[in-house]
Design a protein around this ligand. Structure first.
Ligand SMILES: [Zn+2]
Length: 114
């Protein structure tokens, strides 16, 4: 069975596109690894024939998936996150709130600054 054992979220993204980005984490509480980001280019379906779950590079525990998405989806997400980050910095600067709490409207503002 193709991909048996590999994390389903990663396989699902590979069904959509050959270029995938995924963020995984190590479940081993004693392991110093927190997150592992992988970028997959699977033009020849080599990874979907890989039968082992993705493993932590340090302790070799099976990794759990935070998220997996196509490269195109990831590019859109990164741009959205960048705009939101700039908007938050502008809000802090313009409203003199320092490190204090921010209103939700400022936290989800995805409009490009003018
Ligand atoms: Zn680990």
């Amino acid at each position: 069975m193709k991909g048996a054992g590999m994390q389903l979220e990663v396989l699902a993204a590979l069904v959509v596109d050959d270029l995938v980005v995924a963020e995984l984490y190590c479940r081993n509480a004693g392991c110093p690894v927190r997150e592992v980001t992988i970028r997959i280019k699977d033009y020849n379906n080599q990874i979907t024939e890989h039968t082992k779950p993705l493993q932590c590079p340090v302790c070799e525990s099976h990794l759990a998936v935070h998220w997996a998405m196509t490269f195109a989806e990831h590019e859109i997400w990164k741009e959205r996150e960048a705009v939101m980050s700039v908007n938050l910095q502008r809000y802090r600067r313009d409203h003199d709130v320092g490190d204090g709490p921010l209103p939700m409207s400022a936290m989800v503002d995805r409009t490009l600054p003018r």
